[in-house]
Ligand binder design. Structure first.
Ligand SMILES: NC(=O)c1ccc[n+]([C@@H]2O[C@H](COP(=O)([O-])OP(=O)(O)OC[C@H]3O[C@@H](n4cnc5c(N)ncnc54)[C@H](O)[C@@H]3O)[C@@H](O)[C@H]2O)c1
Ligand SMILES: [Zn+2]
Length: 361
């Protein structure tokens, strides 16, 4: 299959989306990576499933490969784990031409990317995303980060990988809830840029939820194409990269409000996308059918996990603290129709509150 290109001049790279890529990791990585030494960063559960294949494939291509496993989960995407990774690379006498390969979900990708970006001011880095969320979103685009002092992704960098290997056969072992959380991002791509993708999801949702391998590969590829195009046009988010935040303003606020415990990221942005669609309708940008289609698809995808009643003032406050809010002014991504979004900075507070109340009810 043809690679998808993220076009950033001398830092351009390919995103490969297909089944069976991890077994060929060594062959795929060696043309873009001059390193001899590789740190394979992962967690125990992921390594148990896919690590051995990657190690033997890297070794077959002459890479001196050092697996390094950290504790699994968002709770460990922090400075303590970061320093463990940096310490291990120091212990192994890693040089500037060494490489870090991140094998895992968004947590490992974000952590590994950040470690690679600061060790000796930047070593080579490869993403092997294994969750649907990481394959369609986190694994490409070069945002890296750790959580710090309880604030998500507070400390990080923009640092692009040398190549991304999204092996969709790894999705076989993913839990249904994790699959759906990635699916929320795919639905988002449909709303922001691709009405055909949205139609396809409406028609074939049952097959998607049954993890039809070909369909999942198609969805991951299409998502990567859209994200790659947007990142190539606006790497540092001064313009259209902000479209990717559709549903995220409220989504991030809800995740934080519920202390990252009640909702997965995809579930949180699903409420956020429904909210953004309602705001769009109330702002006269779209009609009711757009709101209904978005809400129905998210609902059928099982993404509206019931949530406890929330204090809308506190959630509002969290939205004003969003990294993307400027000077307390919340910036919303709203939709005009499926496949087209626009940035709105001046949604009246009263409309925001009444829409939040509608959601809470
Ligand atoms: N950098 C970005 O642009 C970007 C974008 C979106 C999200 N993120 C970050 O991504 C993180 C969330 O990523 P995530 O949802 O992948 O979570 P995650 O990395 O914690 O993975 C979720 C769980 O799935 C397991 N897992 C991974 N692959 C598996 C497989 N193939 N089979 C079975 N189990 C598997 C993991 O062990 C983990 O327990 C957050 O920290 C978020 O901030 C980053
Ligand atoms: Zn997201």
């Amino acid at each position: 299959m043809k690679p998808i290109k993220v076009d950033l001049g001398s830092r351009s790279y390919s995103v490969l989306v297909d089944r069976g890529l991890l077994k060929k990791a060594g062959t795929l990585i060696s043309p873009v990576c001059t390193s001899k030494k590789v740190l394979l960063l992962s967690t125990k559960p992921i390594y148990r499933l896919y690590g051995k294949n990657v190690v033997s494939s890297l070794q077959a291509k002459g890479f001196e490969t050092h697996p390094f496993l950290v504790a699994d989960g968002e709770a460990h995407k922090n400075e303590a784990t970061l320093f463990k990774v940096l310490s291990e690379m120091t212990r192994l006498s890693f040089q500037r031409d060494s490489c870090l390969v991140a094998l895992g979900g968004g947590v490992i990708g974000d952590l590994g990317g950040f470690a690679a970006s600061i060790y000796m001011r930047g070593i080579q880095f490869v993403q092997c995303p294994t969750t649907f969320l990481a394959q369609v979103d986190a694994g490409i685009g070069g945002k890296t980060a750790i959580d710090f002092k309880g604030i998500k992704n507070l400390v990080g960098s923009f640092y692009q990988p040398k190549i991304v290997l999204a092996d969709t056969s790894a999705l076989r072992t993913l839990s249904d809830r994790q699959l759906r959380t990635g699916l929320a991002e795919v639905i988002k791509y449909g709303v922001i840029e691709d009405s055909e993708l949205f139609d396809l999801l409406e028609q074939k949702l049952d097959k998607v939820l049954q993890k039809d391998p070909e369909l999942l590969t198609h969805l991951a590829r299409r998502s990567c194409e859209i994200k790659a195009r947007i990142v190539s046009a606006d790497e540092k988010e001064s313009g259209q990269r902000a479209w990717l935040n559709f549903g995220h303003t409220l989504g991030h606020a809800l995740e934080a409000y519920f202390k990252y415990d009640v909702l997965t990221h995809g579930e949180a942005i699903s409420y956020g996308m429904w909210f953004a669609a309602l705001l769009s309708e109330r702002s006269g940008l779209c009609d009711r059918t757009v709101v209904d289609r978005i809400k129905d698809l998210l609902d059928r995808a099982g993404l509206f996990k019931p949530i406890p009643r929330f204090d809308e003032r506190k959630v509002y406050e969290k939205m004003t603290l969003d990294k993307k809010a400027k000077g307390g002014q919340i910036q919303f991504v709203l939709t005009r129709k499926i496949g087209l979004v626009t940035i709105q900075k001046s949604v009246p507070q009263s409309v925001i509150f009444s829409t939040l109340r509608q959601l809470r009810a």
